[in-house]
Design a binder for this molecule. Structure first.
Ligand SMILES: O=C(O)CCC(=O)C(=O)O
Length: 284
């Protein structure tokens, strides 16, 4: 693990563009271990004995589309250490300008090569479209590359500055027709839609704001695009009842009262300013 001190110009970049790319934070050895555990979860080999919250493809069958597994950290201790890593929390806190960061939920992603895949794109969307049950909209995501990613293997692409466009009506993670979705977003936002690829070496991490429009194209390489996503929220984020995001899985972990705080064991704390123990002690 490589310590990194976020600078004011990193923060300014994030605030201005709605994303920021951190350098490589995890060594090749750490990445190898995380990739091994990632593959175990994809295969349905759950180290903790606890299945993840949800998965879109059952284990053991053909991996013929993007594999998306929610809360895979329930199932594996190395994945859990990765998505609750205090360094990721500290960087997120600094970028968002808050004093504490919790895990909203994780997402394990495995994007097979296009030749084997029927649905390899991720449609343009704003994460907050799915998270309107939480407030304030200061949440953010750490996207952790476990292989080198670029345009060839369908890296994530972001629309810089779109976090300032407000919440748009068109967001669809599963849409495969990226051009039509882009035209709809362009029409409703009244702004040109230009994407920037998040090109990362394995072990590097990109961060994006929950209102930043993003998605990805199919994987044209011969290997899988392997990554972990830590969706994060400022400590103190609360439930907002009655939104279109009411079915979000996290709502069921609360008592259901408007204003409930998303806190407690379902929402692990990654970082809190001034807390003595902000170092990652786990041995991997
Ligand atoms: O990995 C991708 O292509 C998209 C990931 C995503 O939507 C996210 O991290 O919020």
């Amino acid at each position: 693990m490589q310590a990194y001190q976020v600078t004011q110009s990193d923060v300014d970049f994030y605030q201005e563009h709605g994303y920021w790319i951190a350098p490589k934070l995890f060594s090749d050895e750490e990445v190898r271990l995380f990739r091994e555990h990632h593959a175990r979860v994809v295969a349905g080999d759950y180290e903790t004995g606890q299945p993840p919250f949800d998965r879109n493809l059952p284990p053991g069958g053909p991996v013929n589309r993007l594999v998306k597994i929610d809360n895979s950290h329930w199932s594996d201790s190395a994945i859990s250490r990765l998505v609750t890593h205090p360094l990721i929390g500290a960087i997120a806190a600094r970028l968002a300008g808050v004093s504490g960061i919790r895990l909203w939920h994780d997402q394990l992603l495995h994007k097979p090569p296009q030749a084997e895949s029927q649905a390899g794109a991720v449609g343009w969307h704003q994460d907050y479209h799915y998270w309107q049950c939480a407030t304030p909209a200061d949440m953010l995501t750490a996207w952790i590359a476990l292989v080198d990613v670029d345009e060839h293997n369908g890296c994530m692409e972001v629309v810089p500055g779109s976090h300032k466009w407000g919440l748009l009506p068109d967001s669809d993670f599963f849409e495969q027709d990226l051009d039509t979705l882009k035209q709809r977003i362009e029409a409703v936002s009244g702004r040109p839609f230009e994407t920037v690829p998040c090109i990362l070496p394995a072990g590097a991490v990109s961060f994006h704001h929950c209102l930043t429009v993003h998605g990805s194209r199919p994987n044209q390489s011969s290997g899988a695009r392997v990554s972990m996503v830590a969706h994060l929220m400022p400590d103190g984020t609360r439930y907002r009842a009655g939104t279109p995001a009411e079915p979000h899985m996290n709502v069921r972990f609360l008592s259901g009262q408007d204003g409930d705080e998303f806190a407690g064991p379902y929402f692990p704390l990654l970082y809190r300013e001034g807390q003595a123990d902000n170092t990652w002690k786990a041995v991997i």
